[in-house]
Design a protein around this ligand. Structure first.
Ligand code: TYM
Length: 321
């Protein structure tokens, strides 16, 4: 089984990225083969400052290693280091109906908000399909918001295979039910574009302040509350053991508690949960050469696989004489 996923370096990673996706990368890295990459080509649709993109790309790789990706187990690389993927994107683009891309919610949402869309944003799912298909990926661990893009990838692959024979492997999305859509500080999906994120490696003091500012309702303390519909409870659940989850759910149902106490619990839980990763990150920061080496080695391995698949697709389409 081959596992693959990508993550954009558009800012420092947040709890949604971690519990929706990165945690799965780490759990799955011991599978037969796993490929994880920093999607800097996708990030070009939002970041237009070269120094910023370079810095964020290296930071993203450092974060993934600190969080537990092991280069001996998983191939970690930067998307643009594998030019075969961009070439494959064109082959796929020629068989992708416009209507399929028009229905993609990431594009639709931005358009509805009046964001001037460029062709990069519109064709973003085709590049993502190439990312997945270029490595014969079977499983793609992601959060809920990427599931539609994987469906699009399957549609594109199906249509290509229909015309040219069995060139591509059909991938499946893998979503963790409990953390498919991690809420942000306002209860909406945690997302940088909603400005409601809590970053994993935010220094502890400001992180604690952010947690204390998580929006809560203004019902009287005594009231009984339903934990399942409360985003503060959902966030705490990500870190809590089963016993603690049960205990806090009981407190909610009984009522007579302050949200401030739950927030303090959450801040403590997050601090201890990521403390090893923070320590590893500090070490890695002292050794950017190591991170660069991991990425160079990863790119070599990824290119070897992607060029094999591109070759197959080129032969099938008649590009190779
Ligand atoms: P990106 O960079 O927006 O997000 C990276 C991963 O984090 C997940 N995620 C969440 N999961 C649960 N709750 C949240 N609040 C939350 N916010 C983010 C995302 O679902 C994702 O898994 N297009 C992709 C990157 C990409 C890719 C690929 C992914 C490019 N090529 C190929 C898989 C396969 C993206 O923008 O993810």
């Amino acid at each position: 089984m081959r596992v693959l996923s990508g993550i954009q370096p558009t800012g420092r990673f947040h709890w949604g990225n971690y519990f929706g996706a990165i945690q799965q990368y780490i759990d799955l890295q011991n599978e037969e083969e796993s490929y994880y990459f920093i999607a800097n080509l996708h990030a070009l649709t939002t970041i237009r400052d070269s120094d910023e993109l370079k810095t964020l790309t290296l930071e993203a790789a450092t974060d993934l290693l600190a969080l537990g990706l092991q280069p001996e187990q998983a191939t970690l690389f930067v998307q643009s280091d594998v030019p075969e993927v961009s070439e494959l994107t064109w082959l796929l683009m020629t068989g992708t109906p416009m209507g399929l891309l028009e229905r993609c919610h990431a594009y639709k949402e931005k358009k509805e908000k009046g964001v001037a869309a460029d062709a990069g944003l519109f064709t973003y799912p085709v590049l993502m399909a190439a990312d997945i298909l270029a490595y014969d990926s079977n499983v793609v661990p992601v959060g809920q918001d990427q599931v539609q893009h994987i469906e699009v990838c399957r549609d594109i692959a199906r249509s290509f295979n229909h015309h040219y024979g069995e060139v591509f492997v059909m991938p499946d999305a893998k979503v963790l039910e409990a953390s498919a859509k991690v809420p942000g500080t306002d209860g909406e999906k945690m997302s940088k574009s909603y400005d409601n994120t809590i970053q994993i490696f935010e220094p502890l003091k400001p992180q604690r302040k952010q947690i204390m500012r998580i929006q809560t309702d203004s019902r009287p303390m005594e009231d009984s509350k339903d934990p399942e519909t409360d985003h503060l409870y959902q966030l705490l659940s990500l870190f809590a053991s089963n016993e603690e989850r049960e205990e806090v759910a009981g407190i909610y149902r009984t009522g007579g508690f302050g949200y401030g106490d739950i927030k303090k619990r959450l801040a403590d839980a997050a601090e201890s949960y990521f403390s090893d990763a923070r320590a590893r990150r500090e070490k890695l920061e002292q050794d950017p050469g190591f991170v660069q080496d991991v990425l160079s080695e990863g790119a070599k391995q990824a290119r070897a696989k992607a060029s094999e698949v591109l070759d197959r697709a080129q032969k099938a389409t008649g590009l190779v004489r």
